[in-house]
Design a protein around this ligand. Structure first.
Ligand code: DQA
Length: 150
């Protein structure tokens, strides 16, 4: 059963990202998740999009939200799965299971960090990956939705 596609973009954030701003700022920057939400909302308003920004420390919650994104007709999902990026076959399967396009987002560039961050299960199914631009990674991903690239 297909639902009408809305203008809402889900922005899903995984574990430890609630601590952005104080968490390893040399790697992740000093902007908080609320700062990022504000930046995305400003952009969305000008491009006839809406943002639904969420954060959880629980893997299964991200799976549930990906299913919900499709059920609610989300335009796209920006997903920073944080550490689950590198471990979660459940997230890979969830992205493959839905038709909603998913853009993988990272503040840092995991490919230039420890080897255990080089594998991305999310990236194996994502429509696009934006990484290494700090908070701006989210904006670049949202621009790809607004421009129709994704
Ligand atoms: C991250 C990169 C991941 O490797 C790490 O586990 C995170 C944040 C990023 O946004 O740079 O928690 O996803």
């Amino acid at each position: 059963m297909s639902v009408p596609i809305t203008n809402t973009v889900y922005v899903l954030n995984g574990p430890n990202l609630n601590l952005l701003g104080t968490r390893e700022p040399d790697i992740y920057g000093s902007e908080t998740l609320d700062d990022i939400a504000g930046m995305l909302e400003d952009f969305a308003r000008e491009h006839d999009l809406a943002i639904d920004m969420r954060q959880t420390n629980h893997e299964g919650m991200l799976v549930d939200w990906l299913h919900e994104a499709q059920a609610e007709g989300a335009r796209a999902v920006l997903l920073n799965a944080a550490a689950y990026t590198h471990t979660s076959i459940a997230l890979l399967d969830a992205i493959k299971a839905i038709r909603t396009p998913v853009i993988e987002v990272h503040l840092s560039d995991p490919k230039t960090r420890e080897e255990f961050r080089h594998r991305s299960y999310v990236g194996m199914a994502a429509a696009k990956t934006v990484e290494g631009h700090g908070a701006k990674s989210y904006l670049i991903a949202l621009e790809a939705v607004a421009s129709g690239e994704i």
